[in-house]
Design a protein around this ligand. Structure first.
Ligand SMILES: NC(=O)c1ccc[n+]([C@@H]2O[C@H](COP(=O)([O-])OP(=O)(O)OC[C@H]3O[C@@H](n4cnc5c(N)ncnc54)[C@H](O)[C@@H]3O)[C@@H](O)[C@H]2O)c1
Length: 282
């Protein structure tokens, strides 16, 4: 890994999983950090761990659904450090369901966190990075589910296709503006994180916990598909090895699971051929 001792790295969803490992790696490489999460306890624990190693950290507990909180976080990061060089727009959640039965509230929540939350990060950090006029990176975490349609989690897939296309357009607009900022998109398949536990921090005002759909066989079976897949996923450290190595090469589409590459090219071929989508083997 390169030396980041002159760099500042901001990360959303930093308290667990990919965000936490990314924070640790950049801390080891000398960076100063600005971290966000809704999970106050795990974020505080990470901050204590990093500060014990002499790392400069500021942290903020908020939900990326709040544009105002994101703006305040960016203001604080710039006020503290004077610059931010890499911004990982990483916070994300998942729900599952059959499209015509899943409560609309799940769609609202998923799109608000995974898409609008990402947009809030872009709106808060990109203008500051452009004004900074140094080489900066915005790194959005989408998913392989932004490149391939999987059957189990329609709102998640829709949110990740949106996240991926949003990052492509961001990069195009940065190029058109002649900015020194580049965008990148991370597209992992399954990684061993806490993603399947994401409901624990869901704002109770965003859904009706008594909705009968959550007690159906359909919902329970679909949720089990997610929980059972996690232990077979790529270990977080292996995923982050690939993410950082590809980022340092300047890769735009950062893919962590090459075994899905034939399915990605197969999808493109199917689009051109006009055939129906096929279920991707896990
Ligand atoms: N783990 C996988 O298999 C996998 C695969 C593809 C993509 N991803 C994506 O990777 C990203 C990171 O997820 P992870 O797998 O590390 O899961 P994780 O649950 O371990 O970590 C996500 C972190 O984001 C935080 N978070 C969730 N919603 C938030 C919100 N509204 N505001 C602020 N913080 C919030 C959580 O508290 C958690 O600390 C997500 O965008 C996820 O969709 C994960």
């Amino acid at each position: 890994m390169q030396d980041y001792s002159t760099k500042v790295v901001a990360i959303t969803g930093a308290a667990n999983g990919l965000g936490k490992e990314i924070a640790r790696r950049f801390a080891c490489a000398g960076a100063r950090l600005a971290l966000v999460d809704v999970d106050a306890d795990n974020l505080a624990e990470l901050r204590t761990e990093l500060e014990a190693k002499g790392v400069d950290v500021i942290d903020s507990v908020f939900d990326v659904r709040s544009a105002a909180a994101m703006e305040e976080f960016a203001r604080q990061a710039y006020a503290t450090y004077g610059h931010v060089d890499l911004f990982f727009n990483n916070a994300g959640v998942i729900t599952v369901g059959t499209m015509w039965e899943q409560p609309l509230a799940d769609w609202d929540w998923l799109l608000d966190v995974n898409v609008k939350g990402m947009l809030h990060g872009i709106k808060a950090f990109v203008p500051r990075m452009i004004a900074q006029d140094t080489e900066c990176r915005i790194i959005d975490t989408a998913s392989i589910a932004g490149l391939l349609t999987v059957e189990n989690a329609p709102a998640y897939v829709a949110s990740k296709f949106a996240a991926l296309s949003l990052t492509e357009v961001l990069d195009l607009q940065l190029q058109a503006a002649g900015a020194k900022v580049t965008a990148h998109v991370i597209c992992p398949a399954v990684v061993q994180t806490d993603l399947d536990n994401c409901l624990r921090h869901r704002d109770p005002s965003t859904y009706d916990a008594d909705d009968p759909y959550y007690r159906t066989e359909d919902y329970i079976r679909r949720f089990e598909v997610v929980t059972k897949s996690m232990p077979a996923g790529l270990p977080v450290d292996a995923a982050v090895d690939i993410i950082i190595s590809e980022l340092e090469k300047g890769t735009f589409y950062i893919l962590t699971h090459p075994r899905y590459n034939p399915a990605i090219t197969g999808r493109t071929a199917a689009i051109v051929a006009g055939t129906h989508p096929t279920i991707v083997a896990r």
